[in-house]
Design a protein around this ligand. Sequence first.
Ligand code: ADP
Length: 397
Amino acid sequence: MNVLVINAGSSSLKYQLMNPETGDVSAKGLCERIYIDGRLTHKVGDKKVVKDIPMPTHSEAIEAVLQILVDPENGVIKSVDEIDAVGHRVLHGGMEFSDSCIINDEVIKAIEKCIPLGPLHNPANLMGIRACQAVMPNTPQVAVFDTAFHMTMPPKAYRYAIPTEYYKNDDIRRYGFHGTSHKYIARRAAELMGTKNFKMVNCHLGNGSSLSAVKDGKCQDTSMGLSPLAGVPMGTRSGDIDACVVQFICNKYGMSVDDCLTMLNKKSGVLALSGVSSDFRDLSAGAESGNEDCKLALEKFYYEVAKYVGAYTAALNGIDMLTFTAGVGENDADARAAICSYLSFMGVKIDPEKNKARGQEVKISTEDSTVQVWVIPTNEELMIAQDTAELVNAAKK
Ligand code: ADP
């Protein structure tokens, strides 16, 4: 089976053509500068082609993707009919979606209803869906929501302690994000444990970071909130912050709330603390050469991640497994060691040799550690392709 996985942003569109059973990616790429001029970067194995193609809308971007996929020189399929289904990443499923689903008119209306919750991403995701529907009307399309995995959280985790009317009238609550990644890791963790019945905390640490508390395969709590701004400090996001900081800054500097939120999303986090970079590799290099601000940024990040692990361990009344994933979680041994050093009180012990692993699945805890600690590379595209295949195959029966 061939599933085309689409992740549409406001001016970009990422794609992968993959086999959901084997995880093999036959081609992948990126359309950039949609609405501006348009550039397609297409990769098959190690071969990369870059083409400037006019993309006045997402439709032309999808058309360019389909064209290059069937191109005799750079393509990997003979005809678009060889694409069995399309899986779309959709950022915000609000309270409407607790699972992936086959896209029909009702689903489109429900995704539209979630636009106020995901004002930047949902309109772009919808453009990707509509563009695919227009150019491949007979191919089934599936929506996979970044929030869906977290919909099993109990009210004590998802409700904010603010007047109920905002929840009842406006759906203001914790949703959480990176759900596709947390779901993929929870599934893989269950395979590694040989059972679904265990408790774990997953640390998705990348440019954006979030943690999830998972019991018996179901999410119980997660660190991001109504938006991806909440939780631990990130590359450029502040993470949790006292709302009065917004009031103070807006009042003192005559800044609008929107501008202040842009500052908290794009100019904060480890970028702000270090004054150097949002990239953890630059921060490590800076810290090694004695830059105190880089050291502080890293210390703050490790400290806040460890605090969340501690909080979620209490929330679950103990954990059996701790997992690290995404760019930093998979590659940064120093980050894993620093975070785990806070957790020695609960019997977490990692083996420094095993912890040297980068980008590969490996158990890094010692045999006498009370908690199994693993590095598990995430694969959101594969999760999207698998959900898509599952739904499309079930609909055929
Ligand atoms: P995104 O949230 O954009 O998906 P990723 O999960 O790809 O982010 O993570 C990107 C981050 O991972 C980069 O900002 C970089 O700081 C970090 N990273 C990647 N490789 C390494 C490495 N070898 N050591 C430390 N950090 C790394």
